[in-house]
Every structure is written in structure tokens, then in C-alpha cells.
Design a protein. Sequence first.
Length: 77
Amino acid sequence: MTSSSDIAATVKAARRALKLRQADLAAAAGVGLRFLIELEAGKPTVQLGKTLDVLNALGIDCTFVSRSEASSRGGRS
């Protein structure tokens, strides 16, 4: 199961790999700096639409797989 902490770590690592400041990524994604800070802190109640905007700005695609399907493939459950 993916948690808000997992998403936070992914966003932060991708932003740093691209050598972007939080303010730069927030502007590129069309979200506020406060939102991005909360997202990277793992706040569990951030808005999904804005989170997807940030992931899109970073070039990250999301794939959703049911746990039963992941188990049958030998993936994470």
C-alpha cells in the first residue's frame, strides 16, 4: 500500500534530482508553495488533483494496480 509518506518522498527526491527549488516546482505545477511544502511533508489530506499536477510537472506517471493483481504478479501488496 502506498502512503502519503511514500508520495512525499518520491516528490521530494524527483524535485531534488531536477535541481528545482520548491517555489520553482510549485510555479511549474500551478500550485501554491504552501501546498507543495505540505505535500513533501507527507500531509495525508492534500488535494488529489493538485498532487497529480505536481507529479505531472515532475514527469511522474501513476499506475494503479489492485492488491490482488499485484500479489498475483509477485509485486508489492
